[in-house]
Design a protein around this ligand. Structure first.
Ligand code: HSE
Length: 430
């Protein structure tokens, strides 16, 4: 019988510090849940001069991750350095030397998950990554265990707190994008360089992980169509409100007739849906399955405490298995033959905001351009006539249309002499 389960933690940043705190300060509870003492045996951090808000025995600290990876007494490696390299090398080495791995690294899992799962299997160890998507919200284990009987048909998710904070703030305060980014940065909700969040890269990694789990297929970030939120303007929120919608950065994964549709983009969401009420830094993931119907997971998608909750739970699960001597988790088989639906083939509704010359016949020209592409207009609003420039702003909502037809119509609209600018177009989801 094992006397203790020993942990090596790599990375003492904000999340690493949070995890170390839980493992040290709540050790009694964590050990009780696991069934034996959980011992934080070593912590690797490359910058030990930085002040860390946790009281760790200095003898446990090292600047060299290899001290953990080559320590035969360490059972579980927690990787919290983020990014692709050197995390990939560390995780591979840990698995190859028979150590279990817990990671919060969405880039690593979305790009290399299947390879790492196979390596873990070959070495009879586990790699768990609950914290990589949705912080403290239980998601990966729900897909791996609790939703197994259903055929999952769709995921619609708000899985980036930074962009959700920015968009919620634009809606509430009536401010422009740049101002909302500045406010988010001032409050610590956006990083100094918020590009990965704003451009949807973070959400792309996360939806690739969820889709892999939901559809049992090796979805990678390259399969995801990506559009960030930087083009969403104050005026779009004014129209959205008038039309009864919220604007959210949605990560969408759907499966129909074997083809998988994957996209991250700003989206009009009907105001009366629960997803439209998810505000600030909160995350929500709506899953639909043939038996289970619609299920919504909601909670804090970031921050040291919720993220530690997911990481330490993974540690406890693995520790319980170590004590039992076998893994209770079903090995899920990934189908490598995937069929990704090209973005051109998706069907959705659209919001279009166009700046036009305020002259007779313009609306008819625009309606004809859309009609020629088999796009039907559901409603139209014309506002904000500017006497000086003789221009007007036209907002159209369409019925369902094919993306290829919409892209072709947008190009034609832009070439009409009466169209000064297609100011924005945003997809609509129900
Ligand atoms: N940057 C992420 C977010 C948090 O804004 O949601 C970690 O995944």
């Amino acid at each position: 019988m094992k006397k203790s389960v020993n942990i090596g933690l790599i990375g003492l940043g904000v999340i690493g510090t949070g995890v170390a705190k839980v493992l040290i300060e709540r050790n009694k509870r964590v050990s009780e849940q696991a069934g034996c003492p959980i011992v934080l045996k070593k912590v690797a951090e490359k910058d030990l001069n930085k002040k860390h808000d946790v009281d760790i025995n200095p003898n446990l600290l090292t600047t060299n991750a290899d001290d953990i990876l080559s320590d035969a007494d360490i059972d579980i490696v927690i990787e919290l350095i983020g990014g692709e390299r050197p995390a990939l090398d560390f995780v591979k080495k840990a698995l190859a030397s028979g150590k279990h791995v817990v990671t919060a690294n969405k880039e690593l899992i979305s790009k290399h998950g299947p390879e790492l799962f196979a390596l873990a299997d070959a070495n009879k160890v586990d790699i768990l990554y609950e914290a990589s998507v949705g912080g403290g919200i239980p998601l990966t284990n729900s897909f791996k265990q609790d939703l197994l009987a259903s055929n999952i048909t769709s995921i619609q998710a708000i899985i980036n707190g930074t962009t959700n904070y920015i968009l919620s703030n634009m809606a509430k305060e009536g401010i422009e994008f740049n101002e909302a980014v500045k406010r988010a940065q001032a409050l610590g909700y956006a990083e100094a360089d918020p590009t990965n969040d704003i451009e949807g890269v973070d959400a792309m990694y996360k939806v690739a992980i969820l889709a892999t789990l939901a559809f049992r297929t090796t979805v990678t970030p390259d399969d995801v169509y990506l559009e960030g939120i930087s083009k969403v303007a104050k005026r779009d929120f004014e129209y959205a409100k008038e039309l009864g919608y919220a604007i959210k950065l949605m990560a969408i994964a759907k499966k129909e007739n074997g083809a998988i549709e994957l996209r991250v983009h700003p989206t009009f969401v009907p105001e009366d849906l629960l997803m439209a009420q998810v505000n600030g830094v909160f995350n929500a993931v709506q899953v639909e399955g043939d038996l289970v119907g619609r299920v919504i997971f909601y909670g804090q998608g970031a921050g040291p405490q919720p993220t530690s909750s997911a990481i330490v739970t993974d540690v406890i699960n693995i520790a319980q298995d170590i004590l039992l001597g076998y893994s209770r988790r079903p090995k899920f088989k990934l189908n490598t033959a995937k069929q990704i639906k090209p973005m051109a083939d998706i069907n959705t509704r659209y919001y279009i905001r166009i700046n036009v010359a305020d002259t007779p016949g313009v609306l008819a020209q625009i309606a004809k351009t859309l009609g020629d592409e088999q796009i039907s207009i559901a409603s139209a609003i014309q506002k904000a006539v500017d006497e000086k420039t003789q221009s007007a702003e036209l907002v159209l909502m369409t019925h369902f249309a094919r993306e290829s037809a919409m892209q072709s119509a947008l190009a034609k609209l832009e070439s009409l002499s009466a169209v000064r600018e297609v100011s924005n177009f945003i997809r609509v989801e129900a």
